[in-house]
Design a protein around this ligand. Structure first.
Ligand SMILES: [Zn+2]
Length: 247
């Protein structure tokens, strides 16, 4: 399927989506042309869902960066916390930059169905993000209890609690899973900013890219709908919006 046809399907849900390959290319151009840095001076950390589809569809050129350091657990929430953020902050080249890419993911099939994808070798579609989908179903069916966080299923329970706290927003939405994904994005974004503010960086820049990561069927690839793109100059603390470089 042509790229423009694939984008047409994805943009029914996410009007500013582009392919993840194009996102990485644009980011590398930005780093080289605007920051005068090489990708090898950038430490990439991602906070995306552990789902194997995110490894399968990981854009090849992202490996020109150092890393990735994996901050995410289920649906991209930064479960490695302050220790994770501090760890790669201390691994970055002195004159380089830290790049944090974060966000929940969601599947969109070639027929435009939300919350599922066709995976390699399977005859039927399966849920994506499975965790967000299961937590949303539990919320709809009133099966979630405030404060229920277990050691056995810790990450899932945290996702459930995030949704439960925004129950009315999700249940009154036309498409609860779409809204739940927005709610999870907001929670991830808030937590990432909190972690960044509590971490000391010794490099030149911190680049933050928050997005909805969209997976599609095996032969469709993955897409990126950016929600935040900031360039922070470590020396001065100045924060600049660079979203226009990524669309
Ligand atoms: Zn997932």
């Amino acid at each position: 399927m042509l790229k423009k046809e694939r984008l047409k399907i994805i943009r029914q849900w996410y009007p500013n989506a582009i392919t993840t390959i194009d996102s990485v290319n644009k980011l590398i151009d930005f780093v080289e042309e605007k920051l005068d840095l090489e990708p090898s001076q950038i430490m990439l950390a991602d906070s995306i869902c552990s789902d194997d589809v995110n490894s399968i569809q990981y854009p090849a050129r992202a490996h020109e960066f150092l890393g990735p350091f994996k901050m995410g657990g289920l649906d991209g929430y930064p479960f490695t916390g302050l220790t994770g953020m501090g760890a790669f902050a201390s691994h970055v080249p002195d004159d380089g930059a830290v790049l944090v890419y974060y966000g929940p993911h969601i599947g969109i099939t070639r027929s435009g169905a939300l919350g599922e994808i066709h995976r390699f070798g399977q005859h039927a579609n399966s849920g994506c993000c499975g965790a967000a989908k299961a937590a949303t179903a539990k919320l709809v069916n009133k099966q979630l209890t405030q404060g229920n966080v277990t050691e056995l299923d810790y990450q899932m329970n945290i996702i459930e609690q995030i949704l439960l706290a925004q129950k009315d927003r999700i249940l009154s939405a036309k498409t609860p899973l779409f809204e739940a994904t927005e709610v999870i994005y907001d929670a991830i974004d808030k937590r990432i900013l909190e972690l960044v503010s509590k971490t000391t960086y010794k490099c030149k820049y911190v680049i933050l890219v928050g997005a909805i990561l969209i997976n599609s069927d095996t032969d469709m690839g993955s897409f990126n709908a950016v929600k935040r793109a900031n360039l922070i100059t470590v020396g001065t603390g100045e924060k600049r919006d660079i979203a226009s470089a990524l669309v």
